[in-house]
Write a protein that binds this ligand. Structure first.
Ligand code: FHN
Length: 481
């Protein structure tokens, strides 16, 4: 491991990237309440909390969107196709016959499952979620109910999920599977492919496809395969729950998961409430949320690889988002889109590893840490009563510092030079001592007329983010002494 000073120097250079320059950010409010777990018995709730234990500790995971769409990588017949890389089949209205021929070109000879897991480890990520089947219907695993999969339909012929599951097991890295339960553009009865198979719903809103046939003959058996052939599955990440609110469709998936692997988590996009809430893509709520939640997020502007999307978030921006999310009680699931040859694009590897360097030094403020007991540092609703696009009060976010917690400890993470002297938010607790997390250097604490002041040396040690640990005499009690 390089010495801290050297890593700090590179961290400072990286921090020059512009993403944190905003003094005020406008944030949208996700509809967290809409997915909040439905009331269940005390026993079921205890089981849910037990399932969530590792997830609450982990905080930071690697999302991987990979499939046939990595071959066209955002271009079709010489044209750049607008939108997300993994949506190219839909956006370019590519017929099934033509799109499925991409399988003959999918030969990722450079794929190395151990290298992917090592990247996640270097990045400080604590779980991995990969697209077992995305909306295009192509499976990255060998399926017995469809030949449209990596083993049966490509020259590669290797079961990618088998190899990744084995590598994760070796590294004790929890592995979860994304599964598009509803949209399947390859199956005539799956949702979403209106260019080959006509609309899903008629003008009378009645279903026009044999959707349950697709669910029973492809989606449900494939989810069973994932839960029986690949060892312990940390979570199943369902997505875009179209037409799932009819009958017991969504409940059937819950039943499969619970029967086959009772410890497996279910995300918030099945169509009935899962174990935790999934926010909108890239949507970080403006305030602390009490239920377990996760933000799926892109590292550039696409999930599946596109040759021409080079707009990578900076390591500093990633660290800000991670600490911001943890300080509001959530998890950050950050995506990469590997190329068709099996390599994760070098710039995204660099960003992840750089953020990982910071976490190696400051991870105590993140892993297993609780939400802020304060809140004033997050921002405030617009005093003009403005509303966001969803009609919720518009929050004017502040980005100077965040607080995360562990018993007896408050972690103040500064993303900009703190005010000098820095006054702690009002609390009745006694401050025992304060120190810099990176090197243990003590920070002077003074009290003056009931106010507690930290004298933090300027410039701060690490301009990307400097953590000051404040040790207190018990749980935070708000108010003045
Ligand atoms: O349509 C998908 C999209 O391709 C991607 O998988 C994201 C990840 O959260 N989910 C859907 C859109 O929300």
């Amino acid at each position: 491991m390089p010495p801290y000073s050297r890593r700090l120097k590179t961290a400072s250079l990286r921090a020059a990237w512009p993403a944190l320059a905003l003094a005020v950010l406008l944030t949208a409010v996700p509809r967290i309440g809409a997915q909040s777990p439905a009331p269940v018995s005390a026993g079921e709730e205890a089981a849910r909390q037990e399932r969530l234990k590792w997830f609450r500790e982990a905080k930071y995971g690697l999302f991987i969107h990979w499939g046939l769409y990595a071959v066209p990588a955002g271009e079709w017949k010489g044209k750049r196709i607008v939108g997300l890389g993994e949506w190219i089949m839909n956006r370019a209205r590519i017929p099934v016959g033509e799109y499925s021929r991409l399988a003959t070109q999918f030969n990722p000879v450079k794929f190395d499952a151990d290298a992917w897991v090592k990247l996640a480890q270097d990045a400080g990520m604590k779980y991995i979620v990969i697209t077992a089947k995305h909306h295009d219907g192509f499976a990255l695993f060998q399926s017995k109910v469809s030949t449209y999969d990596v083993v049966d339909a490509t020259p590669f012929k290797r079961d990618i999920l088998k190899e990744l599951a084995a590598a994760c097991a070796r590294a004790r890295m929890p592995l979860g599977f994304y599964y598009s339960q509803s949209q399947d553009w390859h199956d005539p009865n799956g949702a979403g492919n209106e260019w080959d198979f006509g609309p899903d719903l008629g003008p009378d809103k009645k279903e026009r496809k044999q959707y349950d046939k697709y669910l029973r003959e492809k989606a449900e058996p494939q989810v069973r395969e994932l839960l029986t052939e690949y060892g312990p599955v940390a979570l199943v990440w369902f997505d875009t729950p179209r037409m799932m609110d009819v009958g017991d469709r969504a409940q059937r998936f819950t039943k499969i998961v619970r029967e086959l692997q009772p410890s497996t988590l279910i995300d918030g996009r099945l169509g009935v409430s899962g174990d935790y809430v999934t926010t909108g893509d890239n949507v970080v709520p403006p305030e602390v949320q009490s239920t377990a939640w996760e933000v799926p997020a892109t590292i550039n502007h696409t999930w599946g690889y596109k040759t021409y999307d080079h707009d990578w978030k900076s390591p500093g921006a990633i660290i800000f988002k991670l600490v911001d999310i943890v300080s509001k009680g959530g998890n950050y699931l950050l995506n990469v889109g590997p190329m068709a040859n099996g390599i994760i694009p070098e710039p995204s590897q660099y960003v992840l590893r750089s953020a990982g360097d910071w976490l190696e030094v400051n991870g105590e403020a993140v892993y297993g840490a609780g939400a802020t007991p304060f809140g004033e540092e997050l921002g405030e609703p617009s005093s003009k009563g403005a509303k966001d696009v969803r009609g919720q009060p518009l929050m004017l976010a502040r980005t100077e510092w965040r607080v995360t917690t562990k018993p007896g400890k408050l972690f103040f993470t500064f993303f900009a030079e703190p005010r000098a002297p820095f006054e702690l938010p009002a609390m009745k607790n006694t401050v025992k001592r304060a120190y810099r997390l990176a090197d243990g250097a003590p920070i002077e604490v003074t009290t003056d007329a009931g106010r507690t002041i930290l004298t933090i040396p300027r410039p701060i040690l690490d301009p990307m983010a400097t953590v000051i640990v404040v040790e207190i005499d018990g749980p935070v009690s708000r108010g003045t002494r």
